[in-house]
Design a protein around this ligand. Structure first.
Ligand SMILES: [Zn+2]
Ligand SMILES: [Zn+2]
Length: 198
């Protein structure tokens, strides 16, 4: 019977050792996986250590908590998304939009057909389209009359104030700004166009 007892002991030892080794390997693998996954999702080394420690202490429950709480996207995914958003934003900024209603307009339009906001004015001499704040035509160098008769009295006051404080409006424009729609104050709804109730 002593031989049988020894055999049982050996088998038991073998089973316990094997189970322990497998569990340890899985445990170490989980910690390593957490460490690497955290590396992809965060630049903070403290957060990486904390997550790995949590998995080391809590084991499979630590992994479950980590998966629930980790950042939803990796750093590479976040970077890619920010690039895409930037490209999208640039696309939008390149197209001129109406300052009144935000709909896309063409550069040659004098008024917005949707909300009747005045966008540009023709030069009194050569007829080229000018931005509203300009008091000098850049094409033929003809001074433009300010304020315009069609504008409301308050707009006229504003225009006079502008022309007094800034006699060289074309020089004032910085080249970094978009050539269109520099002065928001200058855009007044055109009053002589009747609402056709589109
Ligand atoms: Zn509009
Ligand atoms: Zn002109």
């Amino acid at each position: 019977m002593t031989l049988d007892q020894d055999t049982i002991n050996t088998i038991l030892l073998f089973v316990i050792t094997t189970t322990g080794a497998v569990v340890s390997a899985i445990w170490l693998g989980l910690i390593l996986w957490t460490w690497r996954d955290m590396q992809l999702r965060s630049r903070d080394p403290l957060a990486r250590i904390a997550a790995s420690l949590m998995v080391a202490v809590l084991g499979i429950f630590g992994i479950m908590i980590y998966i629930m709480l980790r950042a939803p996207e990796t750093l590479a995914e976040a970077y890619e998304r920010s690039l895409e958003e930037e490209a999208l934003l640039q696309n939008i900024e390149e197209k001129p939009v109406c300052p009144g209603c935000g709909r896309p307009v063409k550069e040659a339009w004098q008024v917005c057909p949707y909300c009747h906001t005045k966008l540009k004015k023709p030069c009194v001499e050569c007829g080229e389209m000018l931005d509203l704040p300009w008091n000098l035509c850049p094409y033929c160098a003809t001074p433009q009359p300010m304020p315009q008769p069609a504008e409301s009295p308050s707009a006229g006051r504003r225009a006079r104030r502008r022309s007094r404080s800034a006699p060289q409006a074309p020089v004032q424009q910085s080249p970094a700004q978009s050539p269109q729609y520099v002065d928001d104050e200058a855009y007044e709804p055109v009053e002589y166009i009747e609402d056709d109730g589109y």
